[in-house]
Design a protein. Structure first.
Length: 117
C-alpha cells in the first residue's frame, strides 16, 4: 500500500517550535515533489511549503518561520516550524506530486498542530 504518514503534531505554546515529518510507506519520495498543506477549522485548505525532487523549496506566507527539507536516505520530508502563532493552529497534511504546483497524487492522513497558551 502506497501512503504518506505525517507525525510530529502537538500542542505547543505561542513562540514555540515543532518539526513535522512526512514519511513514505511503499512510496519512494525521491521522485516526487512534496508539499505541506494545512486546514484550520472552518477554513479552506492552503499550501504552506513545497520542495521539489531536486531539493528546490518554496515557502509561501510563512517564509522566515517555516523551513522545508528532505532526507532521501530516510525517505522523509520535514517541516520545521518556529515562532509558532495561534493562527498556525490547523491539521497539517503532506502530499506528493510530480512538481510543486502540480495536483498531488498522494495525501497523508494529517497531523494536528495546536498553538495555545
Amino acid at each position: 500500500q502506497l501512503e504518506l504518514v505525517e507525525s510530529g503534531g502537538d500542542l505547543v505554546q505561542p513562540g514555540g517550535s515543532l518539526r513535522l515529518s512526512c514519511a513514505g510507506s511503499g512510496l519512494t519520495l525521491d521522485y516526487y515533489a512534496i508539499g505541506w498543506f494545512r486546514q484550520a477549522p472552518g477554513k479552506e485548505r492552503e499550501g504552506v511549503s513545497c520542495i521539489s525532487s531536486s531539493g528546490e523549496s518554496t515557502t509561501d506566507f510563512v517564509k522566515g518561520r517555516f523551513t522545508i527539507s528532505r532526507d532521501n536516505a530516510k525517505n522523509t520530508v520535514y517541516l520545521q516550524m518556529n515562532s509558532l502563532k495561534p493562527e498556525d493552529t490547523a491539521v497539517y497534511y503532506c502530499a506528493a506530486g510530480f512538481g510543486c504546483g502540480a495536483p498531488p497524487g498522494y495525501w497523508g492522513q494529517g497531523t494536528q498542530v495546536t498553538v495555545s497558551s
